[in-house]
Write a protein that binds this ligand. Structure first.
Ligand code: PLP
Length: 388
């Protein structure tokens, strides 16, 4: 049995509860009331089917949480109003004033901005950045007060991966909690909790929502004590709850996730192979290519590939901008995970230090392959390459 596909389609289906409707309702209520005061007092909102107020939990959102927990092989998932709300909740739940964090250098940029504008100046956090590829460097970065390790694999820009099992073993030896942004893999293509990672995060604004129409995030873990804390302290006190309508749209997104991802992957593979063969392209960074320098780790820990990749042209950074502007089917925009293809030069204004670390230049092009089909996207790329 493929439990993942059953989780996407049927987990938490309880038709008899909802008048045999095949789709659960959007519970557009903030309040739940009880006949007896004692019943109200005995509610434990962490448990299934116990609700008091929308800032603690919502029945529609909880159906989504049950599906995500099952997909990721966690014991509990907690949904948030955005990916960043989920990420900062994980940081605040695991760190306290004076904590030290080991963070991969190429994690999602706003996470670093949070650490540098809030964590370090206001909460006295300290942060050591590591590449993530050198296990000795990671172990050496751990201090007595290290509370958290922030990971992302594959990481944005050049799509480097890190060995999640090996890193989680090091972290466990030192009592450090590990966190990963698993957004671009989705729970179908990578299961970090099975590799020993403590907390997995998904921005549901991307593949899970899948249609560029919602913002949402989710945390999932096998550690019940931690999830209880994340739910009752971080979500309830900061108040970043996912709305019921967004929760419902994410449930709908999950139903087609497997079908969409397989198409995204197929299209991305065709594009990556085409670009890799072009004499106008210097390098294609894509986890699906045999030429990826870490193909062995990828084979061990991923069950599939994102439709994000980056491309280095054999041309100046300004030519790269001209190239993406010549693409008609790739919108110039920063998000991804929807049906529409995108292109950007995300490092166009990056510092030399950052470029040196990534081993690339300002002209790096990030492509997100949507669902317009290989034929159309390849034609668009070919036309723009000819104009170079
Ligand atoms: C978009 C994104 C986020 C942030 O998610 P929001 O829902 O916009 O807060 C985090 N990580 C990755 C990898 C993303 O692409």
């Amino acid at each position: 049995m493929n439990q993942d596909l059953l989780a996407l389609t049927h987990t938490a289906d309880e038709y008899d509860k909802y008048l045999n409707a095949v789709v659960p309702p959007v519970f557009m209520n903030s309040l739940h009331v009880y006949d007896r005061f004692e019943d109200y007092c005995n509610v434990d909102v962490y448990k299934d089917d116990q609700f008091v107020y929308g800032r603690s939990s919502n029945p529609t959102v909880h159906i989504l949480e049950r599906k995500i927990a099952e997909l990721e092989h966690g014991s509990r998932a907690v949904a948030f109003s955005s990916g960043m709300a989920a990420c900062t909740a994980a940081i605040m739940a695991t760190c306290k004033a004076g904590s030290h964090i080991v963070c991969m250098r190429d994690v999602y940029q706003p996470v670093k901005r949070f650490l540098h504008t809030v964590g370090i100046p206001r909460l006295n956090f300290s942060v050591t950045y590591v590449s993530g590829n050198d296990l000795d460097e990671i172990e050496a970065a751990i201090q007595d007060n290290t509370a958290l390790m922030i990971l992302e694999s594959p990481a944005t820009f050049v799509f480097r991966v890190v060995d999640l099992k090996a890193i989680s073993e090091i972290a466990k030896r030192h009592g450090v909690i590990t966190y990963i942004d698993n957004t671009c893999m989705t729970p179908l293509f990578q299961k970090p909790l099975e590799l020993g990672i403590d907390i997995s995060m998904h921005t549901m604004s991307k593949y899970i929502g899948g249609h560029s129409d919602i913002i949402g995030g989710v945390l999932v873990s096998k550690n019940e004590e931690l999830m209880r804390k994340i739910m009752s302290e971080m979500r309830e006190w900061f108040g970043g709850v996912l709305g019921p309508m967004e929760g419902w749209l994410c449930i709908r997104g999950l139903r087609t996730l497997d079908a969409r991802l397989k198409r995204h992957q197929e299209i991305a593979m065709a594009i990556a192979e085409f670009l890799e063969k072009s004499d106008k392209v210097k390098r294609v960074n894509y986890t699906g290519l045999a030429s990826h320098p870490q193909a062995d780790i990828i084979r061990r820990q991923q069950q599939g590939h994102t439709s994000l990749m980056s491309v280095e042209l054999d041309a100046s950074p300004d030519k790269a901008v001209e190239f993406i502007d010549n693409l008609k089917l790739f919108g110039k925009g920063c998000s991804w995970g929807g049906f529409e293809s995108l292109a950007l030069c995300p490092l166009y204004k990056a510092s030399q230090e950052e470029l040196d670390f990534l081993g690339t230049d300002r002209g790096l092009i990030r492509l997100y392959c949507g669902l317009e089909g290989e034929e159309n996207l390849l034609e668009d790329l070919e036309t723009a390459l000819k104009k170079l």
